[in-house]
Design a protein around this ligand. Sequence first.
Ligand code: AMP
Length: 395
Amino acid sequence: MRTLKDIDIDGKSVFIRCDFNVPKDEFDNITDDRRIRSALQTIRYCLDRDCKIILASHYERPEAGKYEEKYSLVPIAKRLHTLLKKEIVMATDVVGADAQSKVDALQTGDILLLENLRYEAGETSNDEAFAKQLASFADIYVNDAFGACHRKHASIYAIAQFFDQEHKAAGFLMSREVNFFGKVIEEPVRPFVAVVGGSKVSGKLQALTNLLNKVDKVIIGGGMAFTFLKAQGYEIGNSLVEDDLLDEARDIMEKAHDLGVKFYLPVDFVVAPEFSENTAVKYLPSQEIPVGWMGLDTGPASARLFREVLNDAQTIIWNGPMGVYEMDKFSKGSFKMSHHIAETHATTIVGGGDTADVTQRAGDADEMTFVSTGGGASLKLIEGVKLPGLEALKI
Ligand code: AMP
């Protein structure tokens, strides 16, 4: 992969596609600015080479064409200012008159942040005309948005065609992420354990199937566990389930068995009659979920079991929380998992915005070997799928 170091950027204007899609709490405070801090190495490198810098990112999923304040990147500009101790010029649009005039006024060492790319419909539709407008802002294109590089969007994919090989490259974060995942997946020190949680099996089906060929043990948690439990014939009440995937779930468990991969499901849950913070809860074995109730977190017995399973691990990858960790009552399973993983002597890789958020809130982020900034993108790497963002840099 060609990185920034392989091309000449001295004194040029550089467009850096970042992933500033950071989690915020109910008061709009950024709860984990890892994705912003992770971009600093590339930004500083460009500053040191007297570049004019144009930063761009998406933030969540605004309705295209509607400039709603809650999706604005202004809080990101403020955090960048705090971290870099430099003025960040903020455009009020993406490719409109304000952005254009601010691009034109850029001096050496200036940093401009464009507004949320997804305010423009052309971003998600990979529109060429929109990509061309973005490309016209700079001499050099740098993709450092690992968390978004699995999406074929204009600022990730279409834009790259307007730059030749000498004028485009991956940023340092992108290069670190891809190399780290590649190495761990291809040459893991064993036992290699995958911990997979989160809401749905569907989003992780392919990754799970692929992982079975590489790992020694799999631990399943989160909402996705119920599809596996139902596939085994257990009552799961009103818990999250994907009925159309029961067969696939059975296939995965069978494949694990055939390959000799140990497959662990939660043995107990924190269950509640409704999806709410203020509801009554019970701690029950997984075979005793009452009709009408739902499992919203893995229970204490599962935590102990998982700790045993992780005990001899030498490599652990973790993607997806064990429960609805956003609500205090259902956060214990995820926090305990975070502590257990952090306490091992294994190489530990955490992937996914939510999972990174869990380790941060649990105070374990610094104990992990590597916290990836990209959930979906890291899953695609595990699936062995080519990432559009990387492919576009090669053409
Ligand atoms: P994902 O994006 O697939 O990694 O899913 C992350 C989300 O899964 C988090 O927002 C959790 O709240 C949610 N989640 C985890 N466990 C459960 C559960 N038992 N029931 C419903 N949602 C869950």
